[in-house]
Design a protein around this ligand. Structure first.
Ligand SMILES: [Zn+2]
Length: 161
């Protein structure tokens, strides 16, 4: 697989670790690209939804319910590419990991679809006791409010720093 970050839609100076005082949110940022010896490529992406160090982090229940939606949505919409998603410990966003898919447009379109799905959902996915380690710790309405907020700023997702 040929890696052409420019063709994938990423500006070289936004990749990797940036000074968190410069970061904007909500944004979608390529963190890193890791090529294996066999030619497969693992891409790590930051979905930053709240400004760092601005007393603006997600609540634990918002982060938890949205993590479930991202897990279900990216797995369903990008089968064969989705590896995983996790909450950033600072609760300003999520880490997304994909196999052989690093195109910004595809990732943003998929995220947009997932977030519209949150707005239309009647339940948080994987929230039964046999599926989740803290199954009572979910709030659909709170997750929908965050999804609405992130979608309202869709045009700004490319403004990383
Ligand atoms: Zn859970």
């Amino acid at each position: 697989m040929r890696i052409d970050l420019d063709a994938w839609g990423w500006a070289a100076d936004t990749i990797g670790e940036l000074d968190h005082r410069r970061l904007k949110a909500p944004s979608v940022k390529l963190r890193g690209v890791h090529a294996g010896a066999g030619g497969d490529v693992v891409c790590t992406i930051d979905l930053r939804w709240r400004l760092p160090n601005a007393d603006a982090c997600l609540s634990t229940v918002e982060a938890h319910s949205l993590e479930h939606f991202l897990l279900e949505g990216f797995g369903r919409l990008l089968p064969g590419h989705f590896i995983g998603v996790g909450v950033m410990g600072c609760r300003t966003g999520f880490y997304l990991t994909l196999l052989n898919e690093g195109r910004r447009e595809v990732i943003e379109q998929t995220l947009e679809t997932v977030l519209y799905g949150v707005l239309g959902a009647t339940a948080v996915p994987y929230a039964r006791i046999e599926q989740c380690g803290h199954w009572r710790h979910h709030d659909l309405a709170a997750a929908q409010a965050v999804a609405r907020e992130v979608l309202a700023q869709r045009a700004a997702w490319r403004e990383i720093a």
